[in-house]
Design a binder for this molecule. Structure first.
Ligand SMILES: Cc1cc2nc3c(=O)[nH]c(=O)nc-3n(C[C@H](O)[C@H](O)[C@H](O)COP(=O)(O)OP(=O)(O)OC[C@H]3O[C@@H](n4cnc5c(N)ncnc54)[C@H](O)[C@@H]3O)c2cc1C
Length: 344
C-alpha cells in the first residue's frame, strides 16, 4: 500500500553529502528522512580513501558505513527509493514522490544526488575499476608513486591537472585525447604541462581496448594509432621546444604497458529534479548553482556535494561539509521561513 510520510527535511541521496546533511539536520531536531535506493555513492566504490581527515587508509565502502552508523544512531529512517518528483505547495512545503509511488510531504528538501561519470564504454572498464582503472586522479594519483607508467584520458582541465599531478608520482605519464588540441584548459596548466619532463601528450588518439586479466586488473591499453617518435606537440607559446617526451621503445607501438589509467572525461550532474523545479544552473559547468549556504534559487530547496557548483574540488570531505551547511540552511527555512539566496 502506498504511504504518505511527513518530514521537516527530506534528504535525497545516500552518499557523503546526504549522510552529513541528515546528521546535522537530525541534530537540529528536525524530523528527517533519507530517500535513495543505492547506498554509499561514489565514495563507496572509490576503493582506498587516503585523504578523509581523521581516518587514514580506509576503504570507501567502510567509510560510508561509518557515516551511516552515525546517522542511524539518531534514528533517521531511510526509505530505499529514489526521489522522482518534487512539487512545491502553496504553503512553502514540498510534495515529494518516491519510486514506487510513496509520498513524502516535506518542509524542505536537500538534494545530494551527485553526478554520473562519463565512461569510455569499453569491455572490462567497470570490472577493473579500482584494479588499474580510476576516475579520480586527485584521489588516486599517490597510489602510483614510483610506478612505471600511467595514462590519463581526456582533454579538459581535470585531465590536464590529473596528468600534472600524476607526473609527480609515476615515472611516465601519457595524456591521451581524441581532439587535435586540449579543450579549454587554463593557460597556466598548459605552461606547467609543457615543462614537465615525463608527460607524453597523444592527441587525435583514442583508447580502443583495455587489456589485462580479472586477477591482475589492467596491464596495458591499445590506442587507435601507433606512436611516432618524431611527432611533436605544441601546447603552449612559452614552450622552449616542441614536446613529445617519448618513453624508450614507444616508437611504432599501439599497445602501452601501464600500471593504471585515469578516465577524466567529465561527469554530468544529475539534473532531473533540478530541471523539474527550474533551479538556476551554473552557466559554465551546468551544475546546480548554490550560494554559501547551499541554497538553490528556490526557497526551501538546498543542494550539496558533487551535484553543485559549491566547489570545483569534488571530494568526500567537501561533499560532507556542504551537506552540513545545507542542513543549517534548511533549519533556518523550516523554523522561520528564512531563505536569502545570493544569486551571483
Ligand atoms: C573512483 C573514485 C574514487 C574516488 N576517490 C576519492 C578519494 O580517495 N577521496 C575523496 O575525497 N573523494 C574521492 N572520490 C570523490 C568522492 O567519491 C565524491 O566527491 C563524493 O562521493 C561526492 O559525494 P556526493 O554525496 O555529492 O555524491 P555521491 O557520492 O555520488 O552520492 C550520490 C547519491 O545519490 C544517489 N542518487 C542518485 N539519484 C538519486 C535520486 N533521484 N534520488 C535519491 N538518491 C539518488 C546515489 O545513489 C548516491 O547514493 C572518488 C570518486 C570516484 C568516482
Amino acid at each position: 500500500m502506498l504511504e504518505t510520510h511527513k518530514a521537516d527535511v527530506l534528504v535525497a541521496g545516500q552518499g557523503a553529502a546526504a549522510f552529513a546533511a541528515a546528521l546535522y539536520s537530525a541534530r537540529y531536531q528536525l524530523n528527517t528522512i533519507i530517500a535513495s535506493e543505492s547506498f554509499g555513492g561514489e565514495t563507496a566504490i572509490g576503493g582506498l580513501i587516503e585523504n578523509y581527515p581523521g581516518t587514514p587508509d580506509i576503504d570507501g565502502f567502510d567509510l560510508m558505513l561509518k557515516f551511516k552508523e552515525q546517522v542511524d544512531k539518531l534514528e533517521v529512517p531511510t526509505i530505499s527509493r529514489n526521489l522522482e518528483a518534487v512539487e512545491p505547495s502553496d504553503d512553502g512545503r514540498f510534495i515529494c514522490t518516491l519510486g514506487g509511488g510513496d509520498i513524502v510531504d516535506a518542509g524542505s528538501v536537500i538534494l545530494c544526488v551527485g553526478r554520473e561519470r562519463r565512461t569510455l564504454d569499453l569491455p572490462n572498464e567497470e570490472e577493473w575499476t579500482g584494479k588499474g582503472v580510476s576516475y579520480c586522479s586527485t584521489c588516486d594519483a599517490p597510489l602510483y608513486r614510483n610506478k612505471e607508467a600511467a595514462a590519463v584520458v581526456g582533454g579538459g582541465n581535470a585531465a590536464t591537472e590529473g596528468a600534472i599531478l600524476l607526473a609527480r608520482y609515476a615515472k611516465h605519464v601519457y595524456l591521451i585525447y581524441r581532439g587535435d588540441e586540449l579543450w579549454r584548459p587554463e593557460p597556466i596548466q598548459l605552461k606547467v604541462l609543457s615543462q614537465i619532463p615525463n608527460v607524453r601528450v597523444l592527441l587525435n588518439t583514442t583508447v580502443t581496448e583495455l587489456i589485462g586479466t580479472d586477477l591482475a586488473g589492467l596491464t596495458s591499453i591499445r590506442i587507435s594509432r601507433p606512436m611516432d617518435d618524431h611527432e611533436t606537440v605544441n601546447i603552449h607559446p612559452d614552450q622552449t621546444e616542441p614536446m613529445n617526451k617519448s618513453r624508450e621503445d614507444d616508437h611504432g607501438k599501439d599497445v602501452i604497458d601501464l600500471d593504471g589509467i585515469f578516465i577524466e572525461a567529465g561527469a554530468d550532474p544529475r539534473l532531473e529534479i533540478p530541471d523539474m523545479l527550474g533551479l538556476d544552473l551554473n552557466d559554465e559547468t551546468g551544475e546546480v548553482h548554490v550560494d554559501r549556504g547551499q541554497r538553490t534559487s528556490m526557497p526551501g530547496i538546498y543542494a550539496a556535494g558533487d551535484l553543485t557548483d559549491g566547489t570545483s574540488l569534488k571530494q568526500t570531505v567537501t561533499a560532507a561539509s556542504q551537506g552540513a551547511i545545507a542542513a543549517l540552511s534548511a533549519y533556518g527555512y523550516v523554523l522561520a521561513g528564512e531563505h536569502h539566496y545570493e544569486a551571483a
